[in-house]
Design a protein around this ligand. Structure first.
Ligand SMILES: Nc1ncnc2c1ncn2[C@@H]1O[C@H](COP(=O)(O)OP(=O)(O)OP(=O)(O)O)[C@@H](O)[C@H]1O
Ligand SMILES: [Mg+2]
Length: 247
């Protein structure tokens, strides 16, 4: 390794050598300013890529092409406020409740990706996967550490709460996570079930009530209605035009 490469490594500016050729030289100050600005931009972009990777989105998606019409916003909260991500700064929750295939997971993902691009630590879990992971840590004695790791996040996304009911241990573990997050960090939950039926998921009326209470306090509840986009796409692919079937 040459001396310059070694120095760049020491200063943690490994790509400086490569970037140096991309900057035009007019004078020393201008050259160094432009080069270091470029290096800083590259570093930010790498950080965002790392945050997106660490968030483990099933598919990385942005708001390009996202249609907001299935969403009913609560009074006093609109699309612009949602997209400002101010709810994360305020440790508030977004609860996406409603019909199959109407864009709940897509919205949660696009919000998460946007949060990563603003330097936030995000983690996406299907609720059932988080429960499995925590139950496994519980057995191996690493539960405390796992819960601490979760508490470091700015945004926790819990997708698909409700498709698979939880056993007692899983329900309690999830309650732990939500209880730790209460007023400390932001959560996005997606579910196909309205709250009135959440005792079917957790199968414990008292725990369900306490859990919903924590989640709903400081939360914006978005309702999702209409025809499944998967269904619409399938109909279109078959050359049909009907899009008025619910589901
Ligand atoms: N609002 C939307 N705008 C654009 N495309 C959408 C929208 N909603 C859904 N889609 C399309 O439909 C697919 C399924 O959406 P998504 O997985 O987000 O639905 P969901 O509400 O999470 O459904 P489920 O309840 O079955 O989990 C997406 O990958 C996307 O291609
Ligand atoms: Mg989904």
């Amino acid at each position: 390794m040459n001396e310059l490469a070694l120095l760049c490594k020491e200063l943690r500016l490994e790509n400086l050598e490569k970037l140096a050729a991309q900057v035009e030289f007019q004078n020393e100050v201008q050259y160094l300013t432009d080069l270091l600005t470029l290096a800083s931009k590259h570093r930010d972009a790498r950080r965002v890529q790392r945050l997106i990777k660490e968030a483990r989105f099933p598919v990385v998606k942005t708001f390009d092409g996202y249609q907001f019409d299935p969403i009913s916003f609560p009074v006093g909260f609109d699309k612009e406020q949602l997209l400002s991500l101010e709810f994360i700064e305020q440790n508030e929750n977004i609860l996406c409740i409603g019909a199959v295939g109407t864009g709940k997971t897509y919205l949660a993902t696009a919000l998460g990706v946007k949060a990563c691009s603003q330097g936030k630590r995000v983690r996406f879990y299907r609720a059932v996967d988080l429960c499995t992971e925590l139950a496994e840590k519980h057995r191996s004695g690493g539960l405390g550490r796992a819960l601490k790791q979760l508490q470091k996040l700015d945004l926790l996304i819990l997708d698909e709460v409700g498709y698979i009911p939880f056993d007692k241990t899983s329900s309690q573990l999830l309650f732990n996570v939500l209880s730790n997050a209460y007023e400390q960090q932001s959560i996005i939950v997606t579910s196909n079930l309205e709250f009135g039926r959440w005792n079917e998921i957790f199968r414990d009326d008292r725990l369900t009530a306490a859990l919903i209470d924590r989640l709903v306090h400081h939360a914006y509840i978005l309702g999702f209605t209409g025809t499944s986009f998967r269904y619409r796409e399938a109909v279109l692919a078959r050359g049909g035009g009907a899009t008025n079937s619910e589901g």
